[in-house]
Each structure stands twice: as C-alpha cells, then as structure tokens.
Design a protein around this ligand. Structure first.
Ligand SMILES: Cc1cc2nc3c(=O)[nH]c(=O)nc-3n(C[C@H](O)[C@H](O)[C@H](O)COP(=O)(O)OP(=O)(O)OC[C@H]3O[C@@H](n4cnc5c(N)ncnc54)[C@H](O)[C@@H]3O)c2cc1C
Length: 628
C-alpha cells in the first residue's frame, strides 16, 4: 500500500466541489459557479498544482451543453460595445487569429478572446513551482516549436513579429548536456507487469553491428522469457527483408499500410507476444496512439526494428527530422502564447524580448480591461454563437461565474475545437456536422513532478525511462536542458528540478481503431481523480528509481497533472483512414467551412496537430472574414 505523501497539491477546487455535492442542494452548475468565483481570485494560474490542463471549473459548462443539452437564455442586454471580432478559444490558434486580424484590419481593431480556462494558451500551458526557494519553470502541454524551417511563410512571419528568433535556441539548448554527464535513456520494467522491478539501458531500437556483446549482455538482464530475449536479439541483429516473397513495391506498401506494426511483428517477424508488447506503447507520446493501431508503413518510415531492410525507396521515406528538436522555451510553447499575448496587450506582460519573457510575471488582471482594444476573458465558456436577425453581426453567449452574458462581434472566429462547434453554433449545416464528427481529439496527460533533487537519476546513470505496458506514465525523465533569459536549467543533481512524464490513455489490443481508443481513453481520463494519478506516479517513480536512493516522501515536492482529454488534433492515419486523406483532403475541409460571419480556426481545422497547423488555420479564418 502506498503511504499518503506530504506533497503539495492545490486540487482543492475538486475537493471543494465534491464535498459540497455530498451535502447540499446545489446543482453541478451552481457548484461550478462557486468554483469559478474561487478561480477568479488572485491565484497565479501557472503556479497552481494538482489537476491542471482541463482543470475543474473549465469543462463543466461545455459538458452540460454537449452531453445534457443544458440551455441558457440569451441575455437581452449586451455586454461591452460591439467588437470587430470575437474569438472563441484562447489557444495558439485563437491568439494568432487575434494577432493576424489586428495586423491586417488595423491597430484600432476591437477584439475579444473568450476561453473556458483560467489561463490563456490552450494546450500551450505553463507550469511553475517554487521548491526550496528555487523557481522551476516547465510546460504542461504543447512542448516545442517543431521544425520551424518547414513552417508556412505566415507562421514564420508571426514568430518573428512577436519576437521569437528560433536560431537563438541553438545557443540556449545544451545539446551535450546528457552526453557530458553520461546519462542514458533507460527502460523500466515494472514489477506490476513483469516478474520484478528492473531498469536497464533501452536497446529496443538499437541496431546490432559490432556492439553485439554489449547489447546481448543488457538484453539478458531484461525480466522476460528466454525465448523473448532470443527473438528480441534476432530482431535487432537481422538484416532480413521480411516481405521478400511479395513481388511489387505497390503490394508491399499496401500490405504495410493495412497491417499494424504490432501485427507485422507477430505475423512477419514471428516474435513472441511478449516482444510485441515491449514495443506497443513506444509511439504514444508522439502519435497519441500505440503501435497496435499504427501501420507498419509508419513503422518503416520511423525505422522501427524489423522494417529497416524492406528497401521500399518511397518518396517522403523517413520521419527523421531535418532540424534538431531544440526550439523549446523553458515553459514550452506557453512561451509562444505569452509572446503573442504581449504583442496584443503589452501592458499585461513586462519586457520586450523572447529572453525576458521567460521570467516575466503576467498581470492576469490586466488581460480584460475596458480601456484595452484587445481583451482576453478567461473562465468564460461560449455556449451559443449565432448571427443577428439582419445577419450583419454575430451574437455570442458565454457563461462566466455561472451567469450568461452576450457580446456582439462583426465577425466570429471559432478557435476552440471542432467537435464542440455544432453544440454551440445552431447554424452549422448537417453535412458539416457529419464532416466534423469524423475526427476526434486525442487525449494526453503531461505530468510535472517537482523534485528536491535528481540524485537518483545521476546515481543510476539515466536521464529518462520508457515503460512498456505501463500502469500510467509510459515515459518520464529529466527535462530539456534549456537556459535562457536568466533562467538556468539545473547543473547539479543536488538541486531541485522538474521531472516530465507522459500518459496517453487508450484501449489497446482490443481491435479498436485510433479514434475509438481515443474516445475510450478520454472517458477514463475524466473519471480519474488526482489521488489516482498521484498513487501511480509515486509507485512508478519509486519502482524505477529506488536503487538510486529515491524516496518519494522526501524527494517529491509537488505534482501537477495536466490532463488534456481534448489533446492533439486528429491526423489521418494510414492504418485507419482512407489513403487519400491528408491535411489537404479529408472531411476536415467540409468541417471547417465558413458560415457567413463565422469562420473556423483551431488545429482540428488543419487536421494537423502541431503549432503550425493552429496558426495556418487562424490565417485562413481571418482571411475568410476580411474578404466579407
Ligand atoms: C500535451 C500536448 C503536447 C503537445 N506538444 C506539441 C509540440 O511539442 N509541438 C507542437 O507544435 N504542438 C504540440 N501540441 C499540439 C498543440 O495542440 C498545438 O500546437 C496547438 O497548441 C493547438 O492550438 P489550438 O488553439 O488549435 O487549440 P487549443 O490549444 O486546444 O486551444 C483551444 C482553446 O479553446 C478553448 N475552448 C474550447 N471550447 C470553448 C468554448 N466553448 N468557449 C471558450 N473556449 C473554448 C479550449 O479549452 C482551449 O483553451 C501538443 C498538444 C498537447 C495536448
């Protein structure tokens, strides 16, 4: 049994709501109103710990609307003067839409951004801790600016316009940090799934050449059956083309597309089930889904073992990145969100450079000032978006602190997420609803664990662990070694730092496709309490790090669980979607169709989960409205 730990966790919102539910006659929405009022107090959102991301108080109105058909009468009185544009959703897409709209329409544009969270940025979320007097900054969602060299011209320009110069990360990111300290990537076999807790080097993707003895020695320590060790060694050392008998290249590609990598390992490489399961969860963090529902063609492009000698020579053959994965603020893409917000409302965030932004403290009370042309209104969930009778404007009803308000915009941009739009906009035509319903968001959880020291990692010689068949996190480890703007990544194992963990809730190996697994995972995610998370996090970290001297009671200072039930935008997959679907062709095109003065932004509308998808969607939506 796990002892209750003395870990800071300010998940009192959750506890507050639950304790009241037990003995009051208040409805869930009345309780929510009280929750939201508590959130409106002077708490600094990035410093809140406990359940974050989709935090208590942020999603209840939308669920009441979408699941139970809740109805709020549209207020006859209008709040605020008319806006040029009202934007629903304050993530990267909504913030970009505001920035681009103002840039193109003029600096006197009146803009309102509504978001249901207590912080702006959407997935681009900042987590902060103070441990033993040291400020720790990390990210609770969107992580890095991936391959900025490949971004659209609009995306590249936006980054520059808000003062982000990606080339500077080459100086700020210490690419030799882990090599210099001889810290390796580890593999943690949990005693809950295997015969014992065991850690060792992760050789699951190694290619055996002249390092045969070293790798064999490590594999021999893995707590798996002898036959599995033999099969794993064979998988890593073989140069066989497992599709030898199949004639045409086209047939091979089709076969790989229709076969999951898990099945490829089973049927073509003939490894035991235990080896298949070792690999299953490796792709979850990147793809939001495991290898049981990803194609062997994706495995080939990812150079996974068993596919390396298929010699298909296809264009766009490899998923290898052209640029290093170093474009990362200490608070991840929250740094991008903060840069845009500073561009929109300079008085709310001090400073002028991407460096001084890192330690800048946002004035949350300054985001929604009557005197400001651009306003960001948090804790506000849009529930109805509809054209006025004369169709010259759009009314937006939103709920804040349990009460409905109505604002009016000449234009509206829906930068929320696509599946909620039909519940909010009664004017969405049926064909568009059907197109939107095709995709679903992929759920993810980013876990930030503030520790008083990282001696256990240093003692064991590991920087991170991949965990096959996990009870929760499928990986955790030390963070990106980035130092900038006076904020320094830890240089000494005795110092506090943040451990980053990833959990992707899915339902693997039941024959469900990616979309079905995501829906099942999302449902489960909402059912988990912070206690459930905490117990599993402590158990996993203790199991992996115990031999390095880790003591959860002593070493963990605080935990923030950033849950994103509506996480990555759905990207079409070889394995479960028609081959012709891609970001330029698929149901999302009909799903994002303009409805008069309402345009649809957000990364779902690009069928591309990355930041650049969110910005490009904003660009299109703004242009649509400016054409009117
Ligand atoms: C854990 C995680 C890690 C990621 N890592 C990366 C990465 O490293 N690099 C990368 O490029 N991308 C990453 N992404 C993808 C990331 O989602 C996109 O980069 C981008 O941030 C999405 O922006 P968005 O504005 O489209 O959506 P969101 O960030 O989801 O913003 C939409 C906002 O609208 C709000 N909203 C929804 N409905 C309503 C309503 N009715 N009323 C008011 N507000 C509403 C939402 O709650 C949300 O705050 C990651 C995503 C996740 C979840």
């Amino acid at each position: 049994m796990i002892k209750k730990l003395n870990i800071t966790r300010r998940d009192f919102m959750n506890g507050f709501a639950m304790s009241l539910t037990a003995g009051t006659a208040l409805s869930p929405l009345e309780l929510l109103a009280m929750n939201q009022q508590m959130q409106s107090s002077n708490l600094y959102p990035p410093e809140l710990v406990g359940l974050r991301g989709s935090h208590p108080g942020s999603f209840e109105v939308a669920h009441a609307l979408a699941r139970n058909g809740a109805y709020w009468a549209e207020p006859s009185d209008q709040t605020d003067l008319d806006y040029d544009v009202v934007i629903v959703g304050g993530g990267i897409s909504g913030l970009s839409a505001a920035y681009l709209y103002r840039q193109r329409h003029g600096k006197n544009s009146r803009i309102l951004i509504l978001d249901n969270h207590d912080d702006f940025g959407g997935h681009a979320k900042r987590n902060e801790f103070n441990v033993d007097g040291k400020q720790l900054i990390c990210y609770g969602g969107s992580q890095s600016i991936a391959e900025p060299g490949s971004w659209s011209p609009v995306g590249k320009k936006l980054l520059k316009d808000v003062g982000i110069h990606t080339e500077r990360f080459y100086d700020y990111f210490d690419r030799n940090y882990y090599k210099n300290r001889k810290l390796r990537n580890g593999l943690y076999f949990s005693g809950k799934q295997y015969t014992k807790d065991h850690i060792s080097d992760n050789h699951l993707r190694s290619e055996i050449k002249d390092n045969e003895k070293e790798i064999l020695d490590v594999i021999n320590t893995y707590p798996i059956a002898e036959a599995s060790k033999v099969a794993l060694f064979r998988l890593l050392s073989e140069t066989e083309n497992y599709l030898q008998g199949i004639e045409s290249k086209e047939s091979k590609i089709n076969l790989l597309r229709e076969t999951s990598y898990s099945d490829f390992l089973r049927q073509y490489v003939n490894v035991p089930e235990e080896v298949v399961q070792l690999y299953r969860d490796m792709a979850r963090g990147l793809w939001g889904i495991g290898w049981d529902a990803l194609s062997a063609l994706d495995a080939y492009k990812s150079e996974m073992p068993g596919t390396r000698h298929l010699n298909l020579k296809i264009a766009d053959e490899s998923y290898e990145r052209d640029e290093p994965y170093i474009f990362h603020f200490p608070d991840g893409n929250a740094g991008v969100a903060r840069s845009i917000v500073r561009g929109l409302i300079p008085s709310a965030i001090p400073g002028t450079t991407m460096e001084d932004l890192v330690q800048a403290r946002v004035d949350y009370n300054g985001l929604d000032l009557e005197s400001s042309l651009v306003r960001i209104r948090l804790n506000s969930t849009a529930v109805k978006v509809k054209h006025t009778l004369n169709e010259k404007a759009v009314d937006v009803t939103y709920i804040k602190d349990g009460s409905p308000y109505r604002v009016r915009g000449n234009h509206v941009i829906m930068a929320c997420y696509n599946n909620i739009i039909p519940d909010i906009c009664p004017e969405v035509p049926d064909v568009q609803k059907e197109a939107i319903a095709y995709a679903t968001k992929m759920p993810l959880v980013y876990i930030s664990v503030a520790v008083r020291n990282w001696n256990a990692f240093s003692n064991l010689g590991y920087r991170s662990f991949y965990i096959p068949q996990p009870t929760l996190m499928h990986s955790f480890g030390l963070d990106f070694p980035i130092s900038m703007g006076g904020y320094n990544f830890t240089q000494n194992p005795d110092e506090p730092t943040v451990i980053h963990g990833t959990h992707v809730p899915l339902d693997p190996d039941k024959g469900l496709n990616a979309r079905e697994q995501c829906i099942a995972g999302r449902t489960r995610l909402y059912e988990m309490s912070f206690d459930d998370f905490e117990k599993k996090i402590v158990s996993q970290m203790s199991g992996a790090l115990r031999d390095g001297g880790f003591d959860a009671e002593r070493d963990i200072a605080a935990i923030t669980v950033n849950r994103w039930p509506h996480g990555y935008a759905y990207e079409y997959l070889d394995y479960s979607d028609p081959v012709e679907f891609n970001p330029n062709n698929g149901p999302h095109i009909a799903g994002r169709a303009q409805i008069g003065r309402i345009s649809i932004a957000n990364s779902d509308a690009s069928a591309y989960a990355y930041l650049t998808g969110a910005i490009d969607a904003a660009d299109r939506a703004v242009n649509e409205q400016l054409m009117l």
